[in-house]
Design a protein around this ligand. Structure first.
Ligand code: PBG
Length: 332
């Protein structure tokens, strides 16, 4: 008897794809709501649930809305949130960002009161709070001052930790900020609080909708002086290494979709937990096509999130967290 090897191979690949249960048995990548992080935009005022035009299904929420949000997330199995604040005023130093009663610090308290087990992560960056919209302090020439910004970022980290945040996530891309924040947290009794560093954060056009949501578009220039060039990947590995040296607990690649190769390279380089940020523009792009009837919502979103996991991310920061958790539950 002669064996046609091509035929045998062909049959083997099909045998385990025959039924839903067989496909699940051999599935290599799994999506779990417990690895999702849901970003929330918090704003001042009462009863505010303001739709973000460029991000269908996402809202700016006032503090009173947060307990309900916590309840919903718990029921869906989503256990972590990432907070962004929209301050009542902006100034050159981004004062509300590190105020004890700043909007994010208040939001942490409200969420922790509502659900002490919810993992609360604070994005630490000045751009939402500065009138010029840059991620650090600037001098009269409009240049970003790296070292001078570190103490303000550290102060923001400490006020968030004081409020009860579990994880501090610096997204500013100043050099040395992980070390500065680690030191500040340790000095203030927060040695147990973790740092999730936006290590490989690219200067990306995919942040457009976020900047509308957080009102954080730079008033002049752009962020290319401190965020990474999208053409580079070895540089990402150096950024990650620097953050690990500075004692980051979790490293991140951002954005996710146009950077799946970067996620894979970082995954191969470190055993630390790796987060990927499925950013605003990636969300809006799918939603726009879905609204046009060009893409099938549930399938395209779950496929996208699975791809980010398959590339090597452990943690998915995504605006799709709630709907994806719902679908995963329903399909279970
Ligand atoms: C703050 C920050 C930004 C995002 C997260 N943190 C904006 C930026 O760097 O311009 C973008 C997130 C998104 O697009 O969803 N620095």
């Amino acid at each position: 008897m002669t064996i046609n090897t091509h035929q045998a191979l062909f049959t083997r690949t099909r045998r385990t794809r025959r039924t839903d249960n067989l496909r699940r048995l051999v599935q290599e990548t799994h999506l779990e709501p417990s690895s999702f992080v849901y970003p929330i935009f918090v704003t001042h005022g009462q009863d505010v649930r303001q739709a973000i035009a460029a991000m269908p299904g996402q809202y700016r929420l006032s503090l009173d809305q947060l307990p309900n949000e916590a309840k919903e997330l718990k029921s869906l199995g989503v256990r972590a949130v990432l907070l962004f604040g929209i301050p009542s005023y902006k100034d050159a130093e981004g004062t509300e960002g590190y105020a004890v009663d700043g909007i994010v610090q208040q939001a942490v308290r409200v969420l922790k009161d509502a659900d002490p087990e919810l993992i609360v992560i604070c994005d630490v960056c000045l751009c939402e709070y500065t009138d010029h919209g840059h991620c650090g302090l600037i001098n009269t020439n409009g240049e970003v001052l790296n070292d001078e910004s570190l103490s303000l970022l550290s102060e923001m980290a400490v006020t968030c930790a004081d409020a009860g945040a579990d994880i501090i996530a610096p997204s500013d891309m100043m050099d040395g900020r992980v070390q500065a924040i680690r030191h500040a947290l340790d000095e203030t009794g927060h040695a147990q609080k973790a740092i999730m560093a936006y290590s490989a954060k690219y200067s990306s056009a995919f942040y457009g909708p976020f900047r509308e949501a957080a009102d954080s578009t730079p008033q002049f220039g752009d962020r290319r002086g401190y965020q990474m060039d999208h053409a580079n990947v070895r540089e990402a590995l150096r950024e990650v290494e620097a953050d690990i040296d500075e004692q980051a607990d979790i490293v991140m690649v951002k954005p996710a979709l146009a950077y799946l190769d970067v996620i894979r390279r970082v995954r191969e380089r470190t055993d630390l937990p790796l987060a990927a940020y499925n950013v605003s523009g990636e969300y809006s792009m799918l939603k726009a096509a879905i609204q046009n009837g060009w893409l099938e919502e549930e399938r395209v979103i779950l496929e996208t999130l699975t791809a980010i996991r398959r590339a090597g991310a452990d943690i998915l920061i995504t605006y799709h967290a709630k709907e994806a958790a719902q679908w995963l539950r329903a399909n279970d």
